[in-house]
Design a protein around this ligand. Structure first.
Ligand SMILES: [Zn+2]
Length: 215
């Protein structure tokens, strides 16, 4: 992927993409979601912050590099993702963002999609979709903002066709974003897929303690 010069994550020579199987990715992402994010998020929520978090993993060995939680008490702009981006770049030894994987507990909002874009992360995964955030966590702002601020009628569009349009480009020149369900679809073999679906369900269920409690 060649990106424009103004883009902070660009480089003259992009690294060779590291290929991991869908199961290796799921295993790493779910482990970070369970063992690294949840304890921090529990503390963050106890401190009055919202139940959202993000992590950066090294693309090479899939180990967590940065794990951060929402810090809305400090600033309403510090969502899980923007908080994580700030912490990632605060470490002078951080690896290049283009060599990392970005994990969001919840599908990134418009602010965080922009933050991810501007900071050069090219691979994004998330555990709960916008619809999950609305239905399970009582948070419908992501969809509202994208629809109200960013969605523009094209010539010939009516309300129906406008509603049917995707809210953003999940795969674009800057990044590719996938839900864990989409990643599950890439697992080969029905039995294996079933096994991993149970695992995704189990870890998602661990987030139940934060559901509907988000202000
Ligand atoms: Zn956000």
């Amino acid at each position: 992927m060649t990106l424009p010069k103004y883009f902070s994550g660009s480089s003259k020579t992009d690294p060779k993409p590291v290929h991991h199987s869908a199961t290796a990715l799921l295993s790493a992402l779910l482990s970070v979601a369970e063992h690294d994010i949840i304890p921090k998020m529990r503390q963050g929520v106890a401190d009055g912050n919202q139940a959202f978090a993000a992590a950066v993993l090294s693309q090479g060995d899939l180990a967590p590099v940065t794990v951060s939680v929402n810090k809305a008490v400090e600033s309403p702009l510090l969502h899980g993702e923007t908080s994580c981006i700030r912490d990632f770049f605060a470490d002078p030894d951080h690896p290049p963002s283009r060599e990392c994987i970005f994990l969001s507990t919840h599908e990134p909002c418009s602010l965080c999609l922009s933050g991810i874009t501007w900071t050069g992360f090219q691979v994004v995964y998330f555990m709960f979709t916008y619809e999950d955030s609305r239905d399970l966590f009582g948070v419908g702002r992501d969809i509202d903002i994208l629809e109200e601020v960013f969605r523009v009628k094209a010539p010939g569009d009516d309300e129906e066709s406008l509603k049917g349009r995707a809210l953003y480009n999940k795969k674009n020149r800057f990044f590719a974003a996938k839900s864990m369900w989409e990643l599950l679809d890439e697992v080969e073999g029905e039995e294996e897929r079933k096994k991993w679906r149970t695992e995704v369900d189990r870890v998602r269920e661990l987030y139940r303690e934060f559901m509907i409690s988000t202000p």
